[in-house]
Design a protein. Structure first.
Length: 318
């Protein structure tokens, strides 16, 4: 039947029949439109709201990972007779502050992100590490520290999965996600291994050939990640329609590269290529500067990711 015939047919009906016929036509139109609306709402939830929750939940973890490792290494120093009481107290407070912030986000988003007892287990491992450091028994340091570090990384990975961050669909935000969820935790892990070798070499006043080789390998791995971060950021900037990503992330990344280059050069001069080794205070100051700059870059990249996800939420809402 032609459309003109349909309207002619409707015009000959009673008011109640006309109302029913028009309602049916409207319902048919909505039925065809519903899958599009549903898909849009699902995308907004999965690649908007959930990703935003994951981004906010993970923000304290960069500093938390760093402070836990520094606390552990300071404990090793204290057990070998070095006076680092004040530094231990400072980093203990910093860990407690970061855990309190994580608990705030956990209360808001744990159910949505399908989290269970992961945070409670982390807090229990933190208490175990504190006890080991306070007892000063270096043989008991490694187990609680390794367990705590592994649990933190596992929770980061878990939130990346349940928030759909790891599946981010847009190039501008994908490489921001890649930095905060994957690259920077890996980079922190490599730097923590470097710090561990350095601390023990300093305490023992020597370093084995095997440890020197490990430091060379770690140096190369660190440079590889920095190169990948740079390439990823450039892809993000090129695909950013807002023009906001480069101003938010370029300077902190450049500063991180510069700090890292200086630190690794001094590490090579004082530890890797030195015979005998000659670690100086500037080596540890440079490591601390790298840590702070990496956290600054993490925070700026996480904030840029939050900005991009909020744009996507607004787009899907419209």
């Amino acid at each position: 039947m032609k459309s003109s015939g349909i309207f002619s047919w409707i015009s000959r009906r009673s008011y109640s029949q006309k109302f029913l016929a028009i309602g049916l036509l409207f319902a048919l139109a909505l039925t065809g439109f519903y899958p599009m609306v549903r898909d849009q709402l699902l995308r907004r939830e999965q690649y908007g709201v959930k990703e935003l929750q994951g981004t906010l939940y993970l923000r304290p973890f960069s500093r938390l990972l760093e402070d836990v490792t520094t606390y552990h290494l300071l404990g090793v120093q204290a057990a070998h007779g070095q006076d680092v009481t004040e530094q231990l107290r400072q980093h203990e407070t910093a860990v407690e502050t970061s855990l309190a912030e994580v608990n705030e986000w956990h209360a808001l988003y744990a159910e949505s992100l399908l989290l269970e007892d992961e945070l409670a287990n982390i807090e229990a491992s933190w208490v175990a590490l504190q006890s080991a450091v306070q007892e000063g028994d270096t043989e008991n340091f490694e187990a609680p520290y390794n367990q705590l570090n592994d649990q933190l990384l596992q929770l980061i990975s878990r939130v990346g999965d349940t928030s759909s961050l790891v599946l981010d669909p847009d190039l501008d935000t994908y490489y921001l996600m890649d930095a905060v969820l994957l690259k920077l935790p890996e980079l922190q892990g490599l730097l923590n291994q470097v710090a561990d070798y350095t601390f023990h070499a300093d305490i023992e006043n020597e370093i084995s050939d095997t440890a020197r080789l490990e430091l060379v390998v770690l140096n190369n791995q660190i440079q590889t990640i920095l190169d990948e971060l740079q390439k990823g950021m450039e892809t993000s900037w090129q695909n950013d329609d807002t023009g906001e990503m480069r101003p938010r992330t370029e300077a902190p990344l450049q500063a991180l590269n510069e700090q890292m280059e200086t630190y690794l050069a001094v590490l090579d001069e004082q530890i890797i290529s030195a015979d005998p080794i000659a670690p100086q205070s500037d080596l540890y100051a440079l490591k601390n500067a790298v840590d702070e700059q990496m956290i600054a870059y993490y925070d700026s990249t996480s904030a840029a990711l939050e900005f991009g996800i909020n744009n996507r939420i607004e787009l899907y809402g419209n």
